[in-house]
Design a protein around this ligand. Structure first.
Ligand code: GLU
Length: 496
């Protein structure tokens, strides 16, 4: 396959969400697979909807995911500029060329007239409301004179009225639309800026884009787009309208607005938030790759694996419901694939942010002990904060072993203290046998003794392996924590 040039063309009008991330991923994969380029173009012509900071968020999210574009407003490239507002003359000259070729015309209708025409058509219950063609019928030289005299106008594309338009989508096959249903859409606005329909077609051509992957919301204007490309006499790219994302319930399309609902459950559809929630870029990429790509549902893939395996022939058009449990699954799986050094470096910031004095050497020993339990990176705080705290504060009742009272539990804690004090060192190999011997000789069961010891030393009922943990915490702190536990238990035994 010849090198593909793919592009993602977001409008900087909001936050960068999963849908955009998936488009970017597939664009990136196809470009890498074929030795081509992945381009980021900013479609910023709708200035009323411009949102400050969204361009930066797009860049930050792509970098974090590891799918940085080859050409973009930041990275440059020989097809720039990559911001549409910096290319406005190009669209104006192309709109003019279409008018000269008879494929487009200036329209002088006022918003009031258009509104009235719409109402009239609705009253007549027409099949499809569209522009009534008043200016389409103008004599081109009269229209040119009105333009020259400074009258306000837009440019509309002249859709064929007869016959039908066949547009080919790589995933969906031929889509045939009767032209009588098509509208003369505006391609250049009265402020001289293009609409998406013109700007995207011109740029895809000028930037030598070979494959257009975009959201399926563009299917309705797809016939317009192919007609524009054909009117210019250009070669069409391969068109791919990706599958829709459905809400987690599977009912209805997921929109940015629905994010408020998923946020209530600590979830998000915005890539920039996922990092803070403890997700890894590997987990997120694997998860979104499987939404709309027909590989096995639980295929665990790195970005390199995806590049090897990617093919547009295996993409599927069927909608996919967003399933956050699968995100957790992939995230945990990718966490377990990280090297200890890598995982340590990724969890360290969470301890730092929690104000804990984390030490690299200890963290390298702790990481393998908690790795299996992590679903998100911030889970490290649940499982390992106790290592770095000065003291832990167990719930007093948790210190009382099952079947025993506070007094008996205090006695066990005192015995544990004695054993630990007497050990030549606190390596788990040294500490475990005398503890087990004590359990045996005292006729207790291991759960009772190790339960008290665990809660005393870690402050919690569930922890990484106990003796390995004690080794890392060190004798001094272990003894201090045991002493605190003894005090708590003694207070419990004297209270009525
Ligand atoms: N600016 C369009 C959007 O954000 C781009 C669609 C496309 O990829 O062509 O939806």
């Amino acid at each position: 396959m010849k090198p593909a040039r793919t592009r993602m063309a977001p409008s900087p009008t909001g936050r960068f969400h999963l849908g955009s991330a998936r488009t970017a991923l597939f664009d990136f994969l196809l470009a890498r697979k074929t030795g081509g380029q992945f381009i980021l173009r900013l479609e910023d012509t709708d200035q009323k909807r411009f949102v400050e900071g969204s361009e930066e968020e797009i860049m930050r999210s792509l970098d974090w995911l590891g799918i940085t574009p080859d050409e973009s407003p930041i990275h440059g490239g020989r097809f720039g500029p990559y911001r549409q507002t910096e290319r406005r003359e190009l669209y104006q000259s192309h709109a003019k060329a279409l008018v000269e070729k008879g494929h487009a015309y200036p329209c002088f209708c006022t918003p009031e007239r258009l509104e009235q025409s719409r109402k009239d058509q609705e009253a007549r219950k027409v099949d499809r409301v569209r522009y009534d063609g008043l200016c389409r019928a103008l004599d081109p030289s009269d229209a040119a004179k009105r333009v020259a005299s400074g009258e306000k106008y837009v440019i509309r594309f002249k859709m064929p009225h007869e016959g039908s338009t066949t547009a080919h989508d790589h995933l969906r096959g031929d889509i045939v639309t009767e032209n009588k249903y098509l509208d003369d859409n505006v391609i250049l606005k009265s402020d001289g800026l293009p609409t998406y329909h013109l700007a995207a077609m011109v740029d895809d051509h000028e930037m030598e884009i070979t494959h257009v992957m975009r959201g399926s919301e563009w299917l309705s204007t797809f016939p317009l787009h192919v007609n524009i490309v054909r009117a210019f006499g250009w070669e069409e790219p391969v068109w791919i309208h990706l599958s829709l994302f459905l809400k987690p319930s599977g009912k209805g399309k997921m929109s940015k607005r629905d994010n408020a609902d998923v946020m209530k459950d600590g979830r998000t559809v915005f890539v920039d938030d996922m990092k803070d929630l403890g997700y890894t870029s590997e987990g997120v990429l694997n998860w979104i790759a499987l939404m709309g790509w027909g590989v096995a549902e639980d295929d665990v893939m790195s970005l390199d694996d995806m590049i090897q395996r990617f093919s547009i022939d295996t993409l599927t058009p069927s909608p996919a419901a967003i399933n956050f449990q699968r995100l957790d699954h992939f995230n945990g799986t990718h966490i377990r694939l990280l090297t200890t050094e890598d995982l340590s470096a990724r969890i360290k910031p969470y301890f730092v942010a929690a104000g804990l004095p984390v030490e690299d050497e200890a963290l390298l020993k702790i990481t393998p002990l908690i790795r299996e339990r992590l679903v998100t990176l911030d889970d490290c705080l649940t499982f390992a904060s106790f290592f770095f705290k000065d003291a832990v504060s167990p719930t007093p009742d948790d210190l009382i072993a099952k079947g025993l009272d506070a007094k008996q539990s205090a006695e066990i804690a005192r015995k544990c203290f004695e054993i630990v004090s007497a050990l030549p060192d606190l390596s788990h190999q040294t500490a475990e046998p005398p503890m087990r011997a004590y359990v045996e000789s005292a006729g207790l069961n291991a759960n009772q003794v190790f339960g008290i010891l665990r809660v005393a030393v870690t402050g919690q009922k569930v922890s990484p392996p106990l003796f390995e943990s004690m080794e890392i915490i060190g004798r001094e702190k272990v003894l201090a924590r045991l002493q605190d536990a003894i005090t708590i238990l003694e207070n419990l035994s004297v209270s009525p």
